[in-house]
Design a binder for this molecule. Structure first.
Ligand SMILES: *[C@@H]1O[C@H](CO)[C@@H](O)[C@H](O)[C@H]1NC(C)=O
Ligand SMILES: *[C@@H]1O[C@H](CO)[C@@H](O)[C@H](O)[C@H]1NC(C)=O
Ligand SMILES: *[C@@H]1O[C@H](CO)[C@@H](O)[C@H](O)[C@H]1NC(C)=O
Ligand SMILES: *[C@@H]1O[C@H](CO)[C@@H](O)[C@H](O)[C@H]1NC(C)=O
Ligand SMILES: *[C@@H]1O[C@H](CO)[C@@H](O)[C@H](O)[C@H]1NC(C)=O
Ligand SMILES: *[C@@H]1O[C@H](CO)[C@@H](O)[C@H](O)[C@H]1NC(C)=O
Ligand SMILES: *[C@@H]1O[C@H](CO)[C@@H](O)[C@H](O)[C@H]1NC(C)=O
Ligand SMILES: *[C@@H]1O[C@H](CO)[C@@H](O)[C@H](O)[C@H]1NC(C)=O
Ligand SMILES: *[C@@H]1O[C@H](CO)[C@@H](O)[C@H](O)[C@H]1NC(C)=O
Ligand SMILES: *[C@@H]1O[C@H](CO)[C@@H](O)[C@H](O)[C@H]1NC(C)=O
Ligand SMILES: *[C@@H]1O[C@H](CO)[C@@H](O)[C@H](O)[C@H]1NC(C)=O
Length: 552
């Protein structure tokens, strides 16, 4: 277990570069036009640029909630996932926030019950579920991640068993490059943090959360509700007080520059108030049980006047954010009148709660200004084999299927694909009855691991590309009921699993399949109706019925 103490780290270099780091992408999903939020000074965009599916909806605006909660995008078409494609810069740390508000009970609000998952770079960001009107609240989810080599990331809604997935807003905020650094991870090993809580100690409970412009990175800091501590008080100074104006910044002697860079830059305003007490112990109920690892950060600033601080500025503080009695952690923090951060990476042993205990030597009142914790995950780096992804994209362009966005195979494959989750290769194309027109692109054969291609019951034209013959694992090729012309490659003729019926212009229509092919007229009728196979079957039955009755 490591304890890192960052003292006096507001380096001048950062102060000058922070203005430039403040870069926001704020998407109001489903909004009809962009707008400026004059209270916050944030510019909101519509989501049209970032997603090609779903339907935009606007509810009647109500009092008290921000505008972006009254529009949402929802996804009534049953797809295995629907993904936003969000631009990021490589090697950059970001805060991602999603907000979901199903609206109050009124027309155009979201129908309940609903449940679905939201994934992010193939990791579970959160599971959303709402079933009664009591769940009609503003649900906020945040995460911190590092982009590494990525230039775009996918935020996907994966439907569950009930209702229609929806989302109200997506916000990306660039954080200082090295903030929220996980010390135990090997360099370059991706980590994914999901916010548990971010608390402003000493703020008035019931107040709204603090955000931009007070936090230049627009994190939300919620007022902490204090447990009933013995001999507990809060303390507050004005941000304009000489004490705050007088904060000393700059490295303290002997400090490692790399540690300084890991500072998370809590906003000044969260530091102007604090909990004071001999034993600040509180307990957090875990909202996620799918990881036992947490990242916690404590922020301290001695804001009391000298006369109230016992001893001098070097009294000790023991931090015990421990999760079991056996695993008590003692770290020393010597108070300074400059912002101090203590970061810990913990393995949570207890199943349901995280115990946090900030205490000091007997007789000394300790202080806590702000606190955050995150659930830690190793990044799930599963992604479709890149050559397959490129080849598939070309196929999507040829067939007009570009509105399937996100990674083809992960976290769940598009419903018209089957992938091998071990090799991340695409194995099956299941594009029957998809109303696809145009030619079969020859470079479909770049999907080298294909075992099955189903393109039957579409409006495909042109010939069968010879290159298909080169697919080494192909066992099934269904091209029935299209408008294909030309010849069937000799290798595919009379081969079991390779079917071509219902293409009037195609030679060698007798195939390995023993099913009697429908006459060209019937299949033509089916195609122009663009109907499903069931209807197709029904027409064949009706046709035979007609033959029988007319004979009688
Ligand atoms: C929002 O404000 C910015 C900067 O002040 C301005 O450039 C932009 O045009 C405004 N957008 C809208 C939609 O008003
Ligand atoms: C949502 O995620 C949870 C946790 O990983 C999983 O158990 C559940 O099956 C997922 N649901 C869907 C619809 O993917
Ligand atoms: C609270 O403070 C009073 C007076 O300073 C002291 O007598 C008492 O023991 C304290 N109680 C606790 C639980 O620390
Ligand atoms: C501000 O800093 C100066 C120099 O360190 C110090 O003399 C002064 O007492 C400080 N003022 C306050 C209000 O802390
Ligand atoms: C925080 O306070 C310091 C010292 O008063 C000041 O230099 C800095 O600009 C403040 N930061 C913000 C975001 O207000
Ligand atoms: C907090 O830690 C101190 C010192 O280890 C201990 O005396 C105290 O009982 C703890 N408080 C709680 C609520 O666990
Ligand atoms: C700080 O406080 C400790 C303990 O009360 C005391 O021993 C020490 O002399 C003090 N140091 C200064 C510089 O006042
Ligand atoms: C990553 O995600 C994929 C699909 O969601 C899953 O099959 C795989 O087990 C995950 N891998 C890890 C290491 O969690
Ligand atoms: C099939 O595609 C054509 C044009 O590509 C379009 O006009 C038609 O509406 C589509 N039919 C269905 C059922 O999607
Ligand atoms: C793949 O095929 C499509 C359609 O025939 C063509 O536009 C594209 O350039 C081809 N790509 C490559 C890499 O050959
Ligand atoms: C397939 O059709 C072509 C021309 O349409 C013909 O030359 C060839 O003999 C046929 N082969 C078989 C096996 O029927």
């Amino acid at each position: 277990m490591k304890i890192l103490v960052y003292l006096s780290v507001w380096l001048q270099v950062f102060i000058s570069s922070n203005a430039q780091l403040t870069k926001f992408l704020s998407i109001d999903c489903g909004a009809s036009s962009p707008y400026n939020d004059s209270d916050l000074g944030i510019q909101w965009e519509t989501d049209d640029k970032y997603i090609m599916t779903g339907t935009a909806r606007q509810m009647r605006e109500g009092p008290g909630l921000p505008k972006q909660l009254y529009s949402y995008r929802y996804f009534p078409s049953p797809r295995s996932k629907q993904c936003y494609v969000l631009p990021v810069e490589t090697e950059t740390t970001y805060l991602l926030r999603a907000r979901l508000f199903p609206g109050f009970r009124e027309t155009l609000s979201v129908d309940l019950p609903v449940d679905f998952n939201v994934t992010f770079i193939n990791n579970l960001f959160f599971s959303y579920s709402a079933s009664t009107d009591r769940d009609r609240v503003d649900a906020i989810y945040e995460s911190v991640f590092h982009s590494f080599e990525r230039k775009e990331i996918y935020l996907c809604l994966v439907p569950g068993s009930k209702g229609t997935p929806f989302i109200n807003s997506i916000e990306l905020r660039r954080l200082p490059q090295t903030s929220y650094t996980i010390t135990t991870s090997l360099p370059g090993v991706p980590q994914f943090l999901v916010l548990g809580d971010r608390l402003d100690m000493g703020a008035k409970p019931g107040d709204s959360f603090l955000r931009y412009p007070y936090d230049e990175f627009d994190r939300f800091w919620w007022p902490a509700v204090p447990p009933s501590f013995p001999n507990f008080t809060t303390f507050k100074v004005e941000e304009s007080s000489p004490m705050m104006k007088n904060l000393t910044f700059g490295p303290s002697p002997g400090e490692d520059i790399e540690d300084l860079l890991k500072f998370n830059w809590p906003p000044n305003r969260t530091l102007t108030d604090a909990w004071i007490g001999p034993d600040l112990a509180f307990q957090i109920k875990r909202s996620r049980l799918d990881t036992n690892e947490v990242y916690v950060a404590f922020y301290f600033l001695e804001i009391r006047p000298d006369s109230e601080v016992l001893d001098n500025e070097t009294h000790a503080l023991f931090v015990c954010p421990t999760c079991s009695v056996e695993d008590i952690l003692h770290g020393n923090c010597f108070f300074r009148r400059s912002p101090t951060q203590i970061t810990l990476e913990e393995v949570v042993l207890n199943d349901n709660v995280i115990n946090v205990n900030v205490t000091s030597d007997p007789g000394v009142g300790t202080i806590l200004n702000a606190f955050e914790y995150y659930y830690r995950y190793d990044f799930n780096i599963s992604a479709t084999y890149s050559k397959d992804k490129i080849a598939l994209h070309e196929l999507q362009v040829s067939f007009g299927l570009q509105d399937w966005q996100g990674d083809p195979c992960f976290p769940v494959a598009w419903e018209w694909l089957a992938c091998d989750s071990e090799t991340s290769r695409i194995q099956k194309l299941k594009l029957s009855q998809m109303n696809i027109s145009g030619q079969i692109p020859g470079n479909i054969s770049n999907l080298m691991e294909l075992t099955e291609i189903h393109l039957d019951n579409n409006n495909l034209q042109g010939g069968i590309p010879k290159s298909l013959v080169s697919l080494p694992k192909l066992q099934r090729l269904a091209l029935d009921n299209n408008d294909l012309i030309g010849e069937i490659p000799i290798e595919f003729q009379n081969k079991e699993g390779f079917t071509f019926t219902g293409n009037p212009g195609l030679g060698n229509t007798t195939t390995g399949s023993n099913a009697p092919g429908p006459s060209p007229q019937i299949s033509g009728a089916v195609k122009s109706n663009r109907r499903a196979g069931i209807l197709f079957q029904a027409i064949i039955c009706l046709a035979s019925l007609f033959v029988i009755t007319s004979v009688q």
